[in-house]
Design a protein. Structure first.
Length: 599
């Protein structure tokens, strides 16, 4: 509210704040101008005001200092989950799963998933497709779950309504309005219903899973790559990690690949028996191939589709070792000899699929997690793994998945953020033609970080690449509002200088108050326009809103604190700069005027 006193001077509610910030610079002026006049001025002000100034400075320092532990307490992730409207359920079984059992498990999973009212349709597959881009083992299943629109999901009493922002959860502690079941609750219910013995669940989304597997080879949020020269030892390390990580908070499932746990049937031909019956090795292998694996003998054409015709023995004649031993092999004389008389049949174990990375054999441990940030989870999991799993010489661990992407982005941001700050400073210098003015504008960056970090903490957001994009955009907005603030200070200063009203510190103070406080309305409109443009993003609930909120939140919080800090800090720094560079020397070093109206 604007007021006017008897002398015609206009006052605003923000003027005491700017005056307090200006007075905060008086101790600096006293120390730098250690003359008798300076000490007389200190005595004139009084000890109570000196302590008040120090208290004000201490409060400002504490505001910035309290942001550091809050930032360190924020979680870290690569990117927030983008709701694709479709789930990808990827359970993994142990090697050696038969086709019949895989088909049965898929049917059971589809029935359970289809029983949820939020599910529209389900389609599952096991094994690899006829393409080199999908090297999935037969034990890894993929089930695509297409969900209905969110407005058709079940209702559940929650603490917020469909229009309420998430940060109100910290203000409203009881559930007030009915709302739809959340994405996380639906996945948790599905995971609880699909606890099938012998399978390890993993939940993701189709597009996200393909990107993760193409970039890191790991389909879960966190993966551990074990490198070494021996597959048996790699599998043993993976099993120890699987048991150790089960107790880490946030773990939903852990599965270590059985890289040496594949099951095979070996036909060891006895060449003496083959020679006795006059059977060649090629003839015996042809019988084995046609009986067990099948052989394509023709192709059927049905319209534009072509299907191979495969011939092999019925399942009941090849479903165990004894049945395979009774397979007959034709001799040149026309007699038929059982396969068990010319070969030794036995079950052996070996690598089901061999991974090779960086010239070393590799095995993966897939970790599906929920309920916490990836960065904090991996740090805790690393400590557990180091305390419980010992590695032999020649073996190493690499933490991969989205955590690997997060580390890669973090290293890139160490280069991008300083370059961005330098470019902004350089453009400001070209605009203002003054390094001091450009530096004053750049002071808004640490003050804006205060609001950005605290708002992210209130919303429960993690530090991610989306949040850093918002931080970088915030730097540009800070430069805009800072230049606007500095423009009014320069206009007021030049106007007072042109009219000859800069003869003492009180005149300089009056000019700065005129530029900083009495023109607060246009500066507030500049900040409000940017914030109001971002508020629809903060209140949105549609697809992609999770990512956009992380981009907008730092800008909204940072604009609020940077605007307040600019009103408090910029005028004080501007006063100190102009007094020491221009007004002070011209007024013969007088620190304060003789009249006491300045106080």
């Amino acid at each position: 509210m604007w007021t006017q006193d008897d002398s015609g001077r206009v006052h605003t509610p923000l003027e005491p704040l700017v005056l307090a910030a200006t007075l905060a610079l008086i101790p600096v002026l006293i120390l730098e101008n250690s003359t008798s006049g300076a000490w007389q001025t200190a005595a004139f002000i009084g000890n109570w005001l000196i302590w008040a100034v120090f208290a004000f400075e201490l409060a400002a320092i504490l505001v910035v200092a309290t942001t550091v532990p809050v930032y360190l307490g924020l979680g870290h992730e690569f990117m927030p989950a983008l709701n694709e409207g479709t789930l990808l359920y990827m359970p993994t079984t142990l090697p050696g799963l038969s086709v019949t059992e895989a088909s049965r498990i898929l049917q059971v999973q589809d029935q359970i998933l289809g029983s949820f009212p939020e599910v529209e349709r389900v389609f599952g597959k096991a094994g690899r497709a006829e393409t080199s881009t999908d090297p999935a083992p037969f034990s890894m299943m993929e089930t695509t779950v297409v969900l209905r629109p969110p407005d058709q999901w079940r209702s559940r009493a929650r603490w917020y309504s469909s229009w309420s922002p998430e940060w109100m959860s910290r203000l409203l502690w009881r559930r007030l309005w009915p709302d739809r079941i959340s994405w996380e609750d639906l996945v948790a219910e599905m995971d609880k219903a699909l606890q099938i013995p012998g399978t390890t669940n993993a939940w993701t989304m189709p597009i996200k899973a393909r990107i993760d597997m193409l970039t890191t080879g790991v389909r879960t949020p966190v993966g551990i790559k074990i490198y070494g020269p021996d597959l048996v030892e790699i599998e043993a390390i993976g099993r120890r990690l699987e048991g150790a990580l089960q107790d880490v908070r946030g773990t939903r499932s852990v599965y270590a690949e059985r890289v040496a746990g594949g099951y095979f049937v070996d036909f060891d031909l006895r060449r003496g028996e083959l020679a006795r019956y006059g059977i060649t090795v090629a003839q015996a292998q042809d019988v084995i191939m046609s009986a067990v694996g099948g052989e394509n003998v023709s192709t059927t054409i049905e319209g534009r589709a072509r299907f191979p015709v495969n011939v092999r023995y019925p399942r009941e004649l090849r479903d165990d070792i004894d049945s395979l031993g009774r397979v007959l092999v034709m001799t040149p004389s026309g007699a038929q000899v059982p396969l068990s008389q010319i070969a030794d049949l036995k079950m052996v174990t070996g690598p089901s699929m061999i991974r090779n990375e960086n010239g070393l054999l590799a095995g993966y441990v897939f970790v599906d997690m929920a309920g916490r940030d990836i960065g904090g989870y991996v740090e805790e999991a690393k400590k557990v793994a180091a305390a419980t799993v010992s590695l032999k010489a020649g073996y190493s661990l690499e933490w991969s998945g989205q955590y690997e992407n997060m580390l890669r982005v973090r290293e890139r941001l160490k280069l991008v953020v300083p370059i961005t700050v330098f470019i902004i400073f350089f453009l400001l210098y070209l605009n203002t033609k003054s390094g001091v003015k450009a530096g004053i504008v750049m002071l808004a960056v640490p003050f804006s970080v205060v609001g950005a970090v605290w708002l992210m903490w209130l919303l429960g957001y993690n530090v991610s690449i989306a949040a850093w994009v918002g931080m970088i955009a915030l730097m540009g907005l800070d430069a805009e509002t800072g230049v606007f603030m500095l423009l009014f200070l320069d206009l007021s200063y030049e106007e007072a200088k042109a009219s000859g009203r800069l003869r003492s510190l009180s005149d300089l103070h009056e000019a700065i108050v005129h530029g900083a406080v009495k023109r607060v309305r246009p500066k507030m409109m500049t900040v409000a326009a940017a914030m109001m443009g971002l508020m629809p993003i903060m209140w949105s609930t549609g697809a992609g809103s999770d990512v956009m909120k992380r981009v907008a939140a730092p800008m909204v919080g940072g604009l609020a604190t940077s605007f307040l800090m600019e009103l408090l800090v910029y005028p004080a720094i501007y006063l100190l700069w102009k007094w020491h560079s221009e007004v002070g020397p011209a007024s013969s070093g007088r620190l304060l005027p003789t009249d006491a109206n300045v106080v």
